[in-house]
Design a protein. Sequence first.
Length: 276
Amino acid sequence: MLNFKIDEKKCIKCARCVNDCPGRIIKLSDSKIPVIPADKEESCIHCQHCVAVCPSAALSIDGVDPQKCVSAKNAMIETEKMDALIRCRRSYRSYLDENVDAEIIKKMISASANAPTGVNSRAVKLSVIDDRETMLKFKTETMKKLSEAAKNGKISEHLAFFGDFAKKWEEKKIDVIFRNAPHMITAFAPKDCPTPETDSIIALSYFELYAQSMGIGTLWCGMAKWLICDIVPEMKKVLGIDDESVVGYFMLFGKPAVKYSRGVIREAKNVNIVKM
């Protein structure tokens, strides 16, 4: 059951919900009140567009109270500030040896839940290491298995350079892969959802931009993805990732140990403007 409800006292019969529904399943009754026919309910993708577009907060679906939703009036920020946030985003490879506050991590995770997904599948899963002691244990075990793989010749030729990383860790505790970050988040999704890898990466993009706004540094860690997915896949189970899931990406995060004073200048190149 969709639990689709209309407060008829508030409904202004504007039909915006009808026109904006992606599946076109909302219809108008003879009295111009929106309804979803029973035979159309299975076609709902639970996107809540109908709730969002209703100007009078008269509509509810899936138990969502429109009065508790964030007002769109507060959603717009100054273009210059958004531009600065994007341009000043950096990949952080130095972190303070301390935990990020649990409430801040919770807010960043919550932001990622609002990322779009293919057919609104909402199937992205997150594995979060939220304290530095757990991160150290995970890293130590992973690097131990990497060293074993290197010694036993179990690293593919195209990833042979990981042998050098294992040696640096063993001899000098130089952390080339995890960069001594106190935290890590991994996004993954079931293989059978429409766009598992893409959805996971978009979720992390939302997570990262919110982290940036909170002064938290992040790093898209392709090294961790190669290591955990291709060299020591048994560590995926530690993160709660099963064999029926596709890993989108790994992201390190924490309080930055370096401060950047400005963004950099980059231009959009290799852009093809289509004309017909």
